[in-house]
Design a protein around this ligand. Structure first.
Ligand SMILES: [Zn+2]
Length: 313
């Protein structure tokens, strides 16, 4: 390969991104659950649309490994993830994925599986799904983790991991936050408990700049504008450590977007337009008025996204 072409290929792959899609239920007759459900027909159509658009299906572990080791993650990758372990996944989606040999990751809500809640898979079904995909953890009790004390979060996680290991025979490496909800304390606690990567439903694509402990996923349901969502891009944004007490100064810069402004979500009713000067911006945030997770969401008109916690490591 000529040096110039090599450089071009190298740059393209280094800045490549992957779309991690997040599904829940696959019932064909659940109109009331539209926000977490998709019919099997529509699911099959989405898989076909991804293929027609030139996407390749990747395992979650291959994408995580690439990101964590700063390796190129490849072009046009899609990753299928499924939360909770609903029976409809086993009955409707698994046969489609198996038949088309599409890899997937299932995040298990352990209490529901272990206590045989109606609508959920049992351990035998989870194990069988594990022959075709990767199986990881989605908490024990599926609570909003930001409302638990550190001791409660540790207990929930320890219990979930013990049951998971007992039935699956290995320790789960990855975790998906229930409802996608997290804050700085939750993230630090789970990180300290040994997970290699943790997944949100912060909208966006993942790339080398993604935080492995709050990886973006695109939540998909019956009403998702799928053709738009598979085009979302990561926003490469660097935030400095915010300074000040109640009123914090937030400074940052954007490297992969050439527009004049970006938007920043602070709280309900407070989404701002930030002016970029040579890619940099500065603003202030009142800590009494920021959303309860203390998470700023940055996005652009051309559908680049990235969420950042105001507290940093
Ligand atoms: Zn869930």
């Amino acid at each position: 390969m000529k040096p110039f072409l090599f450089l071009l290929a190298f740059c393209a792959s280094l800045f490549a991104d992957a779309h991690i899609l997040c599904y829940h239920r696959f019932d064909d007759n659940k109109p009331k659950l539209r926000h977490t459900n998709i019919s099997s027909k529509k699911f099959a159509e989405q898989l076909a649309a991804l293929k027609a658009d030139g996407n390749k299906f990747a395992t979650l572990s291959s994408v995580v490994t690439a990101i964590k080791t700063n390796k190129p993650i490849g072009e046009k990758l899609a990753v299928i993830t499924v939360d909770d372990a609903y029976k409809s996944f086993y009955e409707k989606a698994l046969p489609i994925l198996k038949e088309q040999k599409i890899p997937f990751t299932l995040f298990v809500y352990v209490e529901a599986v272990n206590n045989k809640y109606k609508d959920y898979m049992n351990w035998d079904q989870v194990k069988e799904a594990g022959k075709y995909g990767e199986i990881h953890l989605h908490s024990y009790a599926h609570k909003d983790l930001t409302k638990l004390t550190p001791a409660e979060l540790e207990k929930d996680t320890t219990e979930a991991m013990a049951l998971f290991e007992k039935h699956m025979g290995y320790k789960p490496k990855y975790y998906a936050y229930p409802f996608g909800l997290y804050n700085y304390e939750v993230k630090q606690k789970l990180k300290s408990m040994g997970f290699e990567a943790i997944f949100t439903v912060d909208n966006g694509a993942v790339d080398v700049k993604s935080d492995p402990f709050s990886m973006e996923r695109i939540a998909v349901n019956e009403d998702t504008d799928f053709s738009l969502n598979i085009k979302v891009k990561p926003l490469d944004i660097t935030l400095e450590k915010a300074t000040g007490d109640k009123i914090k100064t937030v400074k940052g810069s954007v490297s992969n977007f050439g527009g004049k402004t970006i938007k920043m979500y602070v709280a309900k009713g407070d989404t701002r337009v930030l002016e970029l000067k040579n890619g940099s911006f500065e603003t202030t945030v009142d800590m009494d008025k920021i959303n309860s997770k203390k998470k700023l969401i940055f996005f652009t008109e051309d559908h680049r996204y990235r969420a950042k916690l105001i507290e940093k490591d």
